[in-house]
Design a protein around this ligand. Structure first.
Ligand code: GLN
Length: 452
C-alpha cells in the first residue's frame, strides 16, 4: 500500500461525508499529501507502528503551523509554534495528520454542542450527538474518514463519544501519556488516548504515544509494553468485577441487557465474574465538577488577550481583559470558570474543594480495594445511548450526569477502555472495562477476546 493512496482516500471520504458529520474543524490537505509523497519516495519503514496511516487529532493538541482552536473563539487565530509530544510521537511512527477534529470548547461537555464552530453529528443517526468532548474524533473514525484519532479524556471524553459512535476508545492510566502540548482543562485528570475502529489498532496507537517525557513531570517512568502482544484471545481465569452501582438505577434497560449479554460472553470465554460494590460512586459527579472546574479556572487564566489568541480592541488594560474573555469564551466555559473560582475562594475552600478531594480519595480507595482481587472491572460506559441534538443543551445537570460511569475512573487515575457492545434503540452501546494502574495490557487482552 502507498501512503498517498491512504491519504487520498481519507480526503475523498471526508469530501463525501463531512458536510453532514462535521467532524473536522481544519484540514491539513496540502501538507498531508506532500508528506505522503515523501514517505512513498523513501519507502515506508516497516517497523514504524503507524507507517503511512492517516490520523485525525482533537483540536486541543497543539500542532506546529496548524491552527489549534480548542473549538473556542478565543483561540480562533492561534497558530502554535511547536508540536505536542503526542503529535511528535505519532509523526515519528510515520502517521500523517489529516486535520484537527471538533470538540466541546476546551473539552468541557458531553455532546460536542459546546463547540464555537460546528455541531458534529453522530454518523449512525445525524439527529443525534456523537458524544463529547472528543465528538469529532469518535465521529471521524465511525464515519470512516480516518482509522486513527486522538482524543482527550478528563471525565469521559474519549470513552463516552466512543460508546455513542460504536468505536474503541482508551483512557490510559494518568501519567501513561505526556500532556505536553495538550491545552490544559483539569491537569490532575486530563489524559490523551486513542480512538480507533478495532482493539488492535488501538493497541498500536497507544504504544506510539506512551512513555516518559522530560517536558511533563507527571508523565510516568514506566516501560511501554508492546500492547499488541497482549492480544491473545485468551482470558480463561480472568477475574472480572461487576459493580452493582453500574447496573443499578438510572441505567437504561436496553443498555443493561447488552451489558449483561457481554458479561455472559466473557464467562463463556472462561472469565470468572463476580458482583462487587464501589460504594462511593455517587459522590463522583459532584466531586468531579468541583475539582475539574477549580483546575480549569486556574488553567484558563492564561487566556487574557495578551499571551494567546484574540485580543479585544480597546486601550484600557482591564477593559481589554474583560472584553477578550467575555467575547472569547462560550457559556459553558464561563460557567465552569465561575464555579471553580467560587469553590477556590477563601471561606469556601474547605467546604467545597477540600471535601471534593476527600471524596476523590474514597473513590480511589474503592477501586484499589476491588482491583486487589480482580483483574478488571466491567460495566456500561454510559447510562444511555446517544441522545438527540438539542435534547440536553439547556439542562447542564442532566448533561453532567451522562458521565456518571466514566468520571470515577479519572478521579482514581486508572485506565479504562470502551468497546462496542451491540445496539440499544438502534444506537451503539459501549462496554467499559476498567483496569489497574498501568494495566492497559490486560484491558486490551480482555477487549480483544470479547471483540473476536
Ligand atoms: N463531560 C465531562 C465534562 O464536561 C468530561 C469532559 C472531558 O472528559 N473532557 O467535564
Amino acid at each position: 500500500i502507498k501512503a498517498s493512496d491512504l491519504v487520498d482516500e481519507a480526503f475523498t471520504r471526508i469530501n463525501e461525508v463531512d458536510d453532514k458529520v462535521k467532524a473536522f474543524l481544519t484540514l491539513n490537505e496540502d501538507q498531508a499529501k506532500a508528506e505522503a509523497r515523501k514517505l512513498d519516495e523513501q519507502a515506508l519503514t516497516s517497523d514504524a507502528l503507524l507507517a503511512g496511516m492517516p490520523i485525525g487529532l482533537k483540536d486541543n493538541l497543539v500542532t506546529k503551523g496548524l491552527k489549534t482552536t480548542c473549538a473556542s473563539r478565543i483561540l480562533e487565530n492561534y497558530d502554535p509554534i511547536y508540536d505536542a509530544t503526542v503529535v511528535e510521537k505519532v509523526r515519528a511512527e510515520q502517521a500523517i495528520t489529516i486535520g484537527k477534529l471538533n470538540m466541546d470548547e476546551f473539552a468541557m461537555g458531553s455532546s460536542t454542542e459546546n463547540s464555537a464552530y460546528a455541531k458534529t453529528r453522530n454518523p449512525w443517526d445525524t439527529d443525534r450527538v456523537p458524544g463529547g468532548s472528543s465528538g469529532g474524533s469518535a465521529a471521524a473514525v465511525a464515519a470512516g474518514e480516518v482509522l486513527f484519532a486522538l482524543g482527550t479524556d478528563t471525565g469521559g471524553s474519549i470513552r463516552q463519544p466512543s460508546a455513542f459512535c460504536g468505536v474503541v476508545g482508551m483512557k490510559p492510566t494518568y501519567g501513561r501519556v505526556s500532556r505536553f502540548g495538550v491545552v490544559a482543562f483539569a491537569s490532575s485528570l486530563d489524559q490523551v488516548g486513542p480512538i480507533t475502529r478495532t482493539v488492535e489498532d488501538n493497541a498500536y496507537l497507544l504504544e506510539a504515544i506512551s512513555g516518559l517525557d522530560a517536558h511533563d513531570s507527571t508523565s510516568a517512568n514506566v516501560a511501554v509494553p508492546n500492547y499488541a502482544k497482549a492480544l491473545t484471545g485468551e482470558i480463561k481465569g480472568l477475574r472480572v468485577a461487576i459493580p452493582k452501582e453500574y447496573l443499578g438505577e438510572g441505567i437504561d434497560a436496553a443498555v443493561k441487557d447488552q451489558i449483561k449479554a457481554a458479561i455472559r460472553q466473557l464467562e463463556a470465554l472462561g472469565a470468572e465474574c463476580e458482583e462487587v460494590s464501589l460504594p462511593h460512586s455517587q459522590y463522583a459527579v459532584p466531586a468531579y465538577y468541583i475539582i475539574a472546574s477549580s483546575e480549569a479556572s486556574a488553567n484558563l487564566a492564561r487566556f487574557d488577550g495578551v499571551r494567546y489568541g484574540v485580543r479585544a480592541d480597546t486601550n484600557d488594560l482591564i477593559e481589554m481583559y474583560k472584553k477578550s474573555r467575555s467575547e472569547g469564551f462560550g457559556d459553558e466555559v464561563k460557567r465552569r470558570i465561575m464555579l471553580g473560582t467560587f469553590a477556590l475562594s477563601s471561606g469556601y475552600y474547605d467546604a467545597y474543594y477540600k471535601k471534593a478531594q476527600q471524596a476523590r480519595t474514597l473513590i480511589k480507595q474503592d477501586f484499589e480495594k476491588v482491583l486487589e482481587n480482580h483483574d478488571i472491572i466491567v460495566g456500561p460506559t454510559t447510562p444511555t445511548p446517544a441522545f438527540k441534538v438539542g435534547e440536553l443543551i439547556d439542562d447542564p445537570l442532566t448533561m453532567y450526569a451522562n458521565d456518571l460511569l466514566t468520571i470515577p475512573v479519572n478521579l482514581a487515575g486508572v485506565p479504562a477502555i470502551s468497546v462496542p457492545c451491540g445496539l440499544a434503540d438502534g444506537m451503539p452501546v459501549g462496554l467499559q472495562m476498567i483496569g489497574r494502574p498501568f494495566g492497559e495490557e490486560t484491558l486490551y487482552r480482555a477487549a480483544y477476546a470479547y471483540e473476536q
